[in-house]
Design a protein around this ligand. Sequence first.
Ligand SMILES: [Zn+2]
Length: 86
Amino acid sequence: MTPPRAQRSSTAASELELEEPRPLPRVYECDQCGASFEGDPAGSGLLVWTRGEEVRREEPPLCKDCAEQLTVGALLKWDLEEEEEG
Ligand SMILES: [Zn+2]
């Protein structure tokens, strides 16, 4: 079974017009260590919180090192929480 594919309409021309010819390399500032780096963030810590009825999401850009540290930290945290439950 293959899932039904989204139909592609012939609007390629108009899509091309919306594309920027030469996208500038974006410079991000790491949310953790403040280092600036070009290109896509290696990872981002997804922050989600609710304020009243509004759900806010924020994905601060992180450099490669901080993204890895954050991932490891999250795994360690889950590990500890599991142990505490036992
Ligand atoms: Zn960093």
